[in-house]
Design a protein around this ligand. Sequence first.
Ligand SMILES: [Zn+2]
Length: 251
Amino acid sequence: MGQAREGPLNGGEERLKLIIGRQKAQTRGNMDIAGKRRAAIVTDVQGCFATWKHGSLAVPGSDELYVRSVEAATRLLRSEGFFVLATQDWHPPDHISFAKNHPGKEPFDTIEINGRTQVLWPSHCVQGTDDARLLVDESLFAAVIRKAQNPLFDSYSAVQDDSGEKTGLEATLREKGIVSVVIYGIALDYCVRATAIDLVHAGFKTAVVESLCRGVSPETSVQAITQMREEGVNVVQDLHEALADSLSQGG
Ligand SMILES: [Zn+2]
């Protein structure tokens, strides 16, 4: 405005128009940037967790139709300008979460490790195996965050493992200026839950799309949804709700 007053009236008006024009352009630019400030995190949609691939730790309902619906949703979000990431459970064969590494224990037994309860799983998502492969078209992902690579610690959360060591997900989101995230995948009651809660605690506006998730069991899935909501995660039924939420102010 100060600039507009400096010159002759006509010139000033011209300049004012220019500034307004530029502001409009900037607003449009910001909306584009706002689009890019949203991220989608496709959690652990891998062979090991999918019934479709007869995975080593297949979660109910993770058939081909489910995986295709995740892929279609991911494609849509990418076309909407979302920064799209995948997470991938990526264990060494001697991983602490595998029952076979604890003599006398069976899959789904629990043990205490340093005051934490660790569920012992069938060996799954071993690094470099077909079982661990991502099932969604990898060309959709700007990055893949691999987790639980340390044999001594599990990592349901894609933000940090059980020792508190960061995976790089949070830093990547901050580097890209992301403010809101939409999460879906497998399993709702473990890795989706833990990742969503860590992200909401880290200050990201966080939504979980329930229809694009699959859970290990109905009971733990209900508990996970309650817990996520208590922590401030917006658990929505379908993608359109998540899209509307990611465009709304605040949170
Ligand atoms: Zn695992």
